[in-house]
Design a binder for this molecule. Sequence first.
Ligand code: C2E
Ligand code: CA
Ligand code: CA
Length: 670
Amino acid sequence: MPHTAHHPVQLLPTVSIVEQTMRQARRAVGMALAGAALMTVLLLTERLWSSRALEAAAERHAVANRLTGEVRLADQQVKQAAQMAVITGDRKWAERYDKLLPELQQSIEHASLLAPPEVAKRYREKTFAAGLELAGMQESALRALAGDTPTAAKAIFDSERYQLQSDLLRSATEELTASTLAATENEVRLLQSRSYGIASGMLVIILGTGLMLWRRLSSGLNRSRSSLLDAEVRIQRLAASDLLTGLDNRAALHDAMHTAMSRARRSGGDLAVLMVDLDRFKPVNDRHGHMVGDLVLKEVARRLGRCLRQSDLRARYGGDEFVIVVEEQEGPGTALQAAERIVERLTEPMRFGDLLVNIGASVGIARFPADGDDDDQLLRKADSALYRAKQSGRGGVCLYDAALDDALAERDALEQGLRVGIAAGELVPFYQPIVDLERRSVRSLELLCRWRHPQQGLLTPDKFIAVAEDSGLIGPLTLSLLRQACKDLAMFPRHWRLSINVAPQQIQNENLVSQLLAVLNEFGVPPARLDVELTESALVSDTACAREVILALKQAGMTVTLDDFGTGYSSLAYLAEMTFDKIKIDRSFVRTLHQRPESAKIVDAVVGLSRSLGVETVAEGVETEADAAKLRALGVNLAQGYLFGRPAAARDIFEFNRQREAALHWAEAV
Ligand code: C2E
Ligand code: CA
Ligand code: CA
């Protein structure tokens, strides 16, 4: 993963929505409680007040009732006393009459106090004259009775005038008491109904306020609910998208792929999964920082959006990896076109202010349902196509192919086997002599690696060296071989040197020289006995690095040979610049020495240059005496090839040398 940046995540409004809702609810409940308390107080006061008023009214009504009865009784008694006085002529009745009359008047007075003022007033107006006249007539009648002239008294009482006036008085009194009664009754009824009115009014107010509060609260709650729903949608969207680019993230990609695949299954359509990996993103990120890296990723997302259809799925899959899913309407052409468009758009320079950034992209494509029918499988296959695309150079586009997958799996298995094999000591050194062409004596042994594979037998480097170089296993492999070789060296004459091969990748390892020295030191082998072969391609890929390594090796006391000379590019320029000890002319020139006149010319030129630089020349792949003779004639002084000995295990070399020396001794002796 090139980098992970921290981006501020926007605080979601959920918490504040919940808090706001709680505040609203709390306020509503508070208002309801306060309202209820106020209403209770009002209701209680009203109840108290109206019950007092009712009580008073009811009492007045009772008094009126009693007075009505009293008036009626007193009136009858007065009437009765007057009649009895006239009939019996007994003074006793007259006295009784005299006594009852003021009582009656007092009751009437009482009743008129209770009566509504206008009724009392009307009563007084109506009865004033009649009352006076009656009082006069009664006075005269009583006087007659006292003077023993009851007939005169009887005549007064029986007189039409007396009857008329007393009837008037009576009916007025009746009216007064009746209306007093009615008035007090009315008052009670009024008070009662007013109390009901107030109570029901308050009830209405309570209900109304409650309803209003409830409606406010529920509309607040509804608003909160919809805000929460919004927030939820936003959270879901955030959870499904990559924060930096806004594209789908991995999880959302898988979901969307499931949906797209089931839709394609129903419609019988095809899908293509494009795995896009940025080229040169890491150096941009390293050189200009993550801020610029982020800007680049955002710009990539924007460009992807512009060169694809709206319906195409776009996701950020990893640091600088993106996945696109497109529907294929006209076969694989659609996906290939899309991939090429993507590469083209992403290769266009990006400008951020003054900064100009150049990246690129490679794309691997896997197809549904042809290459797989589940998302993981498709992504894996798109990734393996991407790997191929990257291998074939930057800006590559590659369709998944099962054969590629097999090759990849095989390569993975090989890498794994190699890892285990190195640790298990299955990788062993073979040696091939490098001889002096004139004297035919061994100058050095070139260490050539062999793998004693437990199942496949003895494997030559062409089967595994490339994988070792790509996977970073070449370093450990070299050190393991050198260790074994240092032990083997004990079998050979001291003046035999050891040549080892160092791969281009290894010169980037800044510890290379010290690691080699450590092994030599461990076995007491002087560094001067070691010759390091570097290929021309190592020089080309990183000239500065190569120059430093060569210098360091020589400073450590080792010699350096330029291997495979003539297969690289600007060979002669490097030759002059870097101080090699030996130049090894590539096998291809030796092989064609007799067929192609140019080969001999090149060898001739190299020998000439080497002489002027004070460098030795080695010819490799020498198989025949004719080759050896020709090379010697051209001035090559060292050679290596089947003519002098095939690569072999240390023991075989030792044996061969012993026999050869014995033969030499024998020849000398003869
Ligand atoms: P190289 O360094 O050019 O090694 C010489 C190759 O030529 C060897 O192949 C050797 O067996 C072969 N050869 C020698 N004489 C003749 C001949 O007369 N005729 C023909 N046709 N071939 C001849 P080998 O052992 O298969 O190694 C192949 C390559 O693998 C080497 O090429 C070298 O580049 C690489 N290699 C081998 N061992 C190592 C190692 O330990 N480390 C690294 N980095 N590379 C190694
Ligand atoms: Ca070599
Ligand atoms: Ca070679």
